[in-house]
Write a protein that binds this ligand. Structure first.
Ligand code: HEM
Length: 494
C-alpha cells in the first residue's frame, strides 16, 4: 500500500503534535509549583505567607500577585538570581516591576544611562557635594526643631516630618540635578509631585487601594495612560522647560557658563557632545528619571530611620556624642560643620541606619526578568518571568548574621567594616550585583545629614511609642505612619 502526499503530511503533523504535547508536558512538569496565596494573606501578612509557602514547597515557587505570575526563591538561590545578569536581567526586571516595559524598547538603556550618570558624575564628587547639600537639610530640620523650641510645654510637640523631608529632598536634588540653588516653591512642588506620580505608575502604592488591588490589570492600564501621558508631563513642564532652555542656549552659543558646572545637566551636556533634538529629549527624560530615583526612596527611608529612633530613644545620647566627636570646623566661617569625611566617621549612626534597612521587613523588593528558560533549584523557570528572592530570609538569616539575627541591635555593625551602603547576599536593601543602586552613598549621606541636624537641636519620640507599617508588602518605598513628637534640647550641638 503506498501513502499519498496528504497522508504523509497528516502523519507528520500528528507526530509533531504528539512531540509538542510531551515536550510541553515535560516542561510544565519541570516548572516550580504554583502556590495559591489569598489576597488577604498577600497584602496583610506577606512575610508569613511567603515564608510558609517556601518552607513547604521551596526552594522556588510561583505565586500570582496583581494578576502576574512571579517566582519567589528562598535564601539558597538568592545570590544566583540577583547577580547572574546574563540569565536574570536587572534592567528588564526593574522596568517590568515599575510597570515601564517601554524602557526596554528605547534605543539606549535608560536605567543603564542613569546608572552611568550617577557613578560618573555624583559619587566621585561626594566631598564637594556634601557641603553644598548640608545647608538645605539643616534649614528644614532646624525649622522643625524650632517648633519644639517655640513651645513652652515639656511634652513633645507634634510635627509634620514627611512634609519637611520631601521639601528638603526636592530642594537638594533640584540643586544637584539642574543646579538651582534656591528653587521656587513651584519647582519644589513639581519635583515632589512628579516623584509621587511616577511612584504611583510604578505600582508603589498599588497594594493600598481597593480598586488597584482588586482589578490590577485594568488599573495599571488606566493609571499608565492618565499619569504618563497627561499628568506627569504637565507637572514636570516647568522643570523640563527650564532644562530645555538651558540646552538651547548651549546649543546656540556653544557656551554653558549659565549652568552650575557640577550639576547633572551640565555633566550630561559634556558627555553628550552635540545636542541634536534626540539628545536634548533624552537629557530631559533622564532628568525626570533621576528626580524620581533620588527623591522617593530616600524620603521613605529617612522617615523609617527617624521613627525607629523615636521608639529606640536609648540610642540618642550616644548618637549625639558621636555628632559632637565628628563635627569639623569650617575653615572660612569658623562654624562647626558636617563634611563627607565626618559623615563617613559617623560609625554609630551608620550602624543604626544599616540595622533599620536590614530589619524593616522588606519582602519582595528587587526583581529580575529571566532572559531565557533558566534551570534553577531543580526546575526550569520560563523565559520572561519575574523572579525575586524573599528578602527577610536573608536579612534575618541566622547563618549569616548570628543567632540574634532577628533582634534589632543599633550598634551591631560598629567595627565590623560593614557599612549601611556596603551590600552583600545577607544585606541588599540597595540591590545586589552590577545594577545595585548607584545612588546609595549619596542616599546614606543625605540620611545622616538629616538625622544629625534633627537630633542636634531636638529630642524626639513617637506618640504612643509606636508607628504603623501601612504596606508590609512594600516597606522599601512606602514609609510607616506615626506621629513624631519633638522636645527642645537645652543646648544646640550646632
Ligand atoms: C535610601 C534610598 C535608596 C534606596 C533604598 C534605593 C534602592 C535601590 C534599589 C533596591 C535599586 C535596584 C537595584 C537592583 O536592581 O539590584 C535601585 C536602583 C537605582 N537607584 Fe536607588 N535607592 C535609593 C536612593 C537612590 C538615590 C539617592 C539615587 C540617585 C541619586 C538612586 C538612583 C538609582 C538608580 C538610577 C537606580 C537604577 C539603576 C540601577 O539599577 O543601576 N537611588 N535603588
Amino acid at each position: 500500500m503506498s501513502l499519498n502526499m496528504y497522508q504523509v503530511f497528516f502523519a507528520l503533523a500528528v507526530l509533531l503534535l504528539v512531540y509538542k504535547f510531551f515536550e510541553g508536558k515535560s516542561k510544565s512538569l519541570n516548572r516550580p509549583p504554583i502556590v495559591h496565596i489569598s489576597h488577604e494573606a498577600l497584602f496583610r501578612y506577606p512575610r508569613q505567607a511567603y515564608e510558609t509557602a517556601l518552607k513547604e514547597h521551596g526552594p522556588v515557587i510561583g505565586v500570582y500577585r496583581k494578576n502576574r505570575l512571579e517566582y519567589i526563591t528562598d535564601e539558597s538561590l538568592a545570590s544566583e538570581v540577583l547577580t547572574n545578569d546574563a540569565l536574570f536581567s536587572a534592567e528588564r526586571g526593574t522596568a517590568a516591576i515599575l510597570n515601564m516595559p517601554i524602557l526596554n524598547m528605547l534605543p539606549h538603556s535608560f536605567i543603564g544611562s542613569l546608572d552611568k550618570l550617577i557613578n560618573k558624575s555624583v559619587i566621585p564628587f561626594m566631598e564637594t557635594l556634601v557641603p553644598k547639600l548640608a545647608p538645605v537639610f539643616e534649614k528644614h530640620m532646624f525649622e522643625l526643631a524650632a517648633q519644639a523650641e517655640a513651645s513652652k510645654s515639656d511634652a513633645g510637640v507634634p510635627v509634620e516630618l514627611a512634609h519637611h523631608v520631601h521639601d528638603a529632598m526636592a530642594e537638594s536634588m533640584l540643586m544637584l540635578i539642574i543646579g538651582e540653588k534656591n528653587p521656587s516653591p513651584e519647582f519644589v512642588r513639581a519635583a515632589i509631585k512628579v516623584a509621587f506620580d511616577v511612584a504611583i505608575v510604578a505600582g508603589i502604592y498599588q497594594n493600598l487601594g481597593y480598586w488597584s488591588r482588586t482589578f490590577p490589570s485594568t488599573w495599571r492600564a488606566f493609571i499608565w495612560i492618565k499619569l504618563m501621558i497627561f499628568t506627569i508631563p504637565w507637572t514636570f513642564r516647568n522643570i523640563a522647560w527650564r532644562v530645555w532652555k538651558d540646552l538651547q542656549v548651549v546649543r546656540k552659543t556653544g557656551k554653558s557658563d549659565h549652568l552650575d558646572p557640577v550639576c547633572l545637566v551640565s555633566r550630561l551636556i559634556q558627555d553628550t557632545g552635540s545636542l541634536r533634538l534626540k539628545d536634548r529629549l533624552w537629557i530631559v527624560c533622564l532628568t525626570l528619571g533621576i528626580t524620581f530615583a533620588s527623591i522617593h526612596q530616600t524620603s521613605a527611608v529617612i522617615i523609617w530611620v527617624v521613627y525607629e529612633l523615636g521608639v529606640r530613644r536609648e540610642n540618642l545620647p550616644l548618637l549625639r556624642q558621636e555628632l559632637v566627636d565628628i563635627l569639623e570646623t569650617d575653615p572660612v566661617s569658623g562654624k562647626p560643620t558636617l563634611t563627607y569625611s565626618s559623615l563617613r566617621n559617623a560609625e554609630r549612626l551608620d550602624s543604626f541606619i544599616r540595622e533599620v534597612l536590614r530589619m524593616k521587613g522588606d519582602t519582595l523588593t528587587i526583581f529580575r526578568l529571566t532572559t531565557k528558560d533558566v534551570p534553577l533549584g531543580g526546575y526550569i523557570i520560563p523565559k520572561n518571568t519575574l523572579i525575586t528572592p524573599m528578602a527577610t530570609l536573608l536579612h534575618e538569616n541566622t547563618d549569616l548574621h548570628g543567632e540574634d539575627a532577628k533582634k534589632f541591635i543599633g550598634d551591631r555593625w560598629m567595627g565590623s567594616g560593614k557599612t549601611s551602603a556596603s551590600i552583600s547576599t545577607g544585606y541588599w536593601p540597595f540591590g545586589l550585583g552590577r545594577f545595585a543602586c548607584p545612588g546609595r552613598q549619596l542616599a546614606i549621606a543625605e540620611i545622616k545629614l538629616m538625622i544629625f541636624a534633627l537630633i542636634a537641636r531636638a529630642d524626639l519620640s513617637m506618640e504612643g511609642n509606636k508607628y504603623t507599617v501601612i504596606d508590609p508588602l512594600n516597606t522599601t518605598a512606602v514609609p510607616p505612619r506615626g506621629q513624631l513628637l519633638l522636645t527642645r534640647l537645652d543646648k544646640h550641638i550646632f
